[in-house]
Design a protein around this ligand. Sequence first.
Ligand SMILES: [Zn+2]
Length: 94
Amino acid sequence: MISYQCGLPHRAPRPRVNYTEPMINPTVSLKHVSLAREEACGICGATFVAAEDSGSRVLTIRVAAETFAALMCGGCHSKWANGAAATFRRPLAL
Ligand SMILES: [Zn+2]
């Protein structure tokens, strides 16, 4: 919804969403998947073939019938595994 104040258009603030409350019993997995096709790393966007990057991982989070999967290149997985925060910019279509 767009509202107008002071003559300038701006977006109204989004209503606050609680993402954790409905996540009952999430199941997470982290594994190497030998994808033979080129895919973009979900974090840094670099395109690579996961089958050729033994350090790459696919993070999967399942909650009820919903599944989120994202690919990490070896470099991003290494940084994340050592404590760096990671933001996934794109999910992986499995
Ligand atoms: Zn990456």
